[in-house]
Design a protein around this ligand. Structure first.
Ligand code: SF4
Length: 375
């Protein structure tokens, strides 16, 4: 298949959904985690849950980079920028994410120079255009976006741009999956593997999940048929008592990943010993920091980082939702105190956040209409 329409063909979709119903053992309850926030969004957007039998439960995983960032890191970035009067540059996704004193947009309203950029390269350009100002890029994302930050830092170094720096919050997906599998309150039968991250890291890094943990994993695309086919592939493995890594998203994901992108990551970044994840605590070797040769462009070396540790508001259950222990609507604040217009947690802000996805599609479908946020 070559075109998007073919992945949304109602006839093929209903045949695939029928196959899922045929394969699913009615005596069993299947708990399948979609790791990636983009998958969560697609599942709600296309109403895929309604096509599945009730004994297939989809659990939303921690694959939304904005959502897993603890509030303290947002406060750190904003405090550094405010104190030193730098230009704070970040992706649009970050702009409404609340810190304890407000979101980047709130800081902008209070007079801070906050700019939306579409890539780290745009932030570097901003630095070149404003040689008398410091520009700090607030970098977030899994291995999907780390290569573009790495390439930008390589360029900043080769051009010798002195007024550009990166506040690095890049995280890595494998330790988060490991933390979920180690968590005593989680029981996952199989994984829908992340599509975007895998375009960079490939499928090999998941082999331990099948080999050591006995859980099948299928790397999936984002169209309705991609996700349904992935569930078929997982059910076939589960029914046969097998656990393998399979690649449903072959048209985009190379088995061995993108070597040039991996080389750029390895050149610029190294693993942090520990990094805090929202709701999941400190996870070892789960995030990236700049290597010594790039220290000159490291915001954490250039400015003093307050190192704020903040717990989420007591009633907010972002951590439980991120770990898949609760569904979005089970959070006490969902749809009342926390809405896309007045978010309390990042999961209600990001286009990959499960609370926003649930609110925009499922909640509205149930008749409790709210204004949707943009995608
Ligand atoms: S509804 Fe809001 S507070 Fe509750 S889990 Fe979602 S984002 Fe967090």
């Amino acid at each position: 298949m070559r075109y998007v329409d073919e992945f949304r063909d109602p006839e093929v979709i209903s045949r695939t959904a029928e196959e899922i119903r045929r394969l699913a053992d009615p005596a069993r309850h299947y708990r399948i985690m979609e790791v990636c926030g983009g998958h969560t969004h697609a599942i709600y957007r296309f109403g895929l849950k309604d096509l599945l039998p009730e004994n297939i439960e989809l659990i939303h995983g921690p694959g939304c980079p904005v959502c897993v960032l603890p509030m303290g890191r947002i406060d750190d970035g904003l405090a550094m920028a405010e104190k030193t009067e730098v230009i704070f540059a970040a992706f649009g996704d970050m702009m409404r994410v609340p810190g304890t004193q407000g979101s980047p947009f709130d800081y902008k309203a209070r007079g801070m120079d906050v700019r939306i950029v579409y890539s780290p390269a745009d932030a570097l350009k901003l630095a070149e255009q404003n040689p008398d100002r410091q520009v700090m890029f607030f970098a977030i994302g899994f291995e999907t976006t780390a290569p573009s930050t790495a390439l930008t830092l390589m360029r900043a170094k080769s051009l010798g741009v002195p007024n550009f720096s990166v506040f690095c919050n890049h995280v890595t997906i494998i330790p988060a999956i490991r933390a979920i599998l180690d968590s005593p309150d989680m029981r996952i039968d199989a994984f829908i593997g992340p599509g975007h991250v895998s375009t960079v890291i490939g499928c090999r890094p998941y082999e331990w999940i099948a080999r050591d943990q006995g859980r099948p994993i299928v790397v999936s695309g984002f169209e309705p048929l991609d996700l349904l086919q992935s569930i078929v592939m997982l059910l076939r493995q589960l029914q046969a008592g097998e656990a393998r890594v399979e690649n449903q998203y072959k048209r985009v994901v190379p088995w061995d990943g993108n070597r040039a992108a991996l080389r750029a990551i390895a050149e610029v970044f190294e693993l942090r010993p520990f990094f805090e994840w929202r709701g999941m605590g400190f996870i070892s070797q789960s995030a990236l920091r700049l290597r010594y040769p790039y220290a000159e462009w490291d915001a954490e070396a250039r400015f003093s980082v307050p190192g704020v540790r903040v717990t989420d508001p007591k009633a907010a259950q972002c951590g439980e939702v991120l770990k898949g222990v609760l569904k979005p609507a089970q959070c006490k604040l969902f749809g009342a105190e926390c809405t896309p217009e007045h978010p309390i947690g990042a999961l209600m802000v990001s286009s990959e956040g499960s609370c926003a996805a649930y609110h925009n599609y499922e909640h509205r479908k149930l008749g409790d209409l709210q204004l949707p946020i943009s995608d």
